[in-house]
Design a binder for this molecule. Structure first.
Ligand SMILES: [Zn+2]
Length: 337
């Protein structure tokens, strides 16, 4: 965020610093788009309200009723992500839950990000865009062969054994999953990608052709030793249950912890980062357990307050219609503020 701060449009009392502070240097602005999902329930209505003294009590609907999830992107500069004429929008409505459309999977998040980027490329090409996501497991999915110290052995592959690697689903030439006789998806072994030394040069985790152990996985101790941590040979593979001692002891307790903390392992890109960066968009993750830093939460809050004022209806079309109307009721000025 600090990196972007200089190019962000700042809002004070709903007024942009681009308007309030006289001539601005001609720089490219950055727009931050926050992503999130929220659920709306059919029976969610205001419970306390004024009525005429002649009005009689009506029985409340039991339970939350049907639910609909909405996923969207929002920015303080433009509000909900859509084309300027509002004909194309990034919001999607879906039924959550296994029995219906399923939960928002990684593939759907990726599709959603792609739809958002398409609108941004088409209508807002003069700004830099940053997409912000929650630190949720589905958002953090990495390529199957990406760097991971998890399950790595400490020492070199024993002769004749299959070296450490990653099992991925086997695909046919048409790109379809292949099933074995037991009905399970067949897996195939692939090597893990190379790591990186501090100077950025690749570090192979498998012995090269011509070496007496050609093709074998080097093991964590050798990998760490190549990075200058020769003491790794004396460390255990992993502290009991991976509960490493806190503080400085952390940096030399076990092979798993130290490898896990190496810059190349820490900086390993997520699939979402790879996809967005390939299209020229930056992406940020909110700190773990701090999804409330996302100002979209206040937008959901405002929209739900509006939503509760609509007349009760169990018709699905009404539910959808009410959600969209409630979302569009959040004033842009409130978002600027
Ligand atoms: Zn440890």
């Amino acid at each position: 965020m600090a990196l972007y701060e200089g190019s962000l449009q700042m809002w004070k009392d709903g007024i942009s610093d681009l308007l309030s502070e006289g001539p601005q240097p001609l720089t490219r602005c950055t727009v931050i788009w926050h992503h999130d999902e929220s659920t709306f329930y059919a029976n969610d209505r205001r419970k306390v309200f004024w009525v005429h003294k002649n009005e009689t009590a009506i029985l409340k609907q039991k339970g939350d009723g049907a639910s609909l999830m909405v996923a969207d992107f929002v920015s303080t500069d433009y509000g909900w992500l859509c084309s300027p004429n509002q004909k194309e929008s990034a919001h999607i409505l879906f039924h959550a839950g296994k029995a219906q459309d399923g939960y928002f999977t990684f593939e759907e998040i990726l599709k959603h990000a792609e739809a958002a980027m398409q609108i941004l490329e088409k209508y807002y090409p003069d700004e830099n865009h940053v997409l912000v996501f929650d630190n949720a497991t589905t958002h953090l999915k990495r390529a199957a062969d990406s760097l991971s110290a998890h399950r790595m052995p400490k020492t070199v592959t024993k002769p004749g054994a299959v070296p450490f690697g990653v099992d991925v689903p086997a695909l046919s030439v048409e790109g379809k999953l292949v099933y074995g006789e037991n009905g399970k998806v067949l897996k195939k072994w692939i090597p893990m990608v190379d790591g990186k030394f501090a100077d950025g040069t690749p570090q192979a985790f498998y012995f090269p052709q011509g070496h007496e152990c050609a093709g074998a996985f080097k093991g964590m101790a050798a990998i760490l030793a190549e990075c200058g941590l020769t003491e790794a040979w004396d460390w255990p593979t992993q502290c009991l249950d991976f509960k490493c001692p806190p503080g400085p002891g952390h940096s030399s307790c076990c092979c798993h912890r130290v490898l896990y903390s190496q810059p190349d392992f820490m900086e390993c890109e997520t699939l979402l980062e790879t996809a967005c960066r390939a299209q020229g968009f930056d992406i940020l993750y909110l700190p773990k357990f701090h999804c409330k830093l996302n100002f979209i939460e206040q937008c959901w809050g405002y929209a739900k307050q509006k939503y509760r004022e609509f007349p009760l209806s169990s018709r699905e079309a009404d539910l959808e219609c009410n959600i969209v109307e409630a979302l569009n009721s959040v004033p842009l000025l409130s978002m600027h503020r």
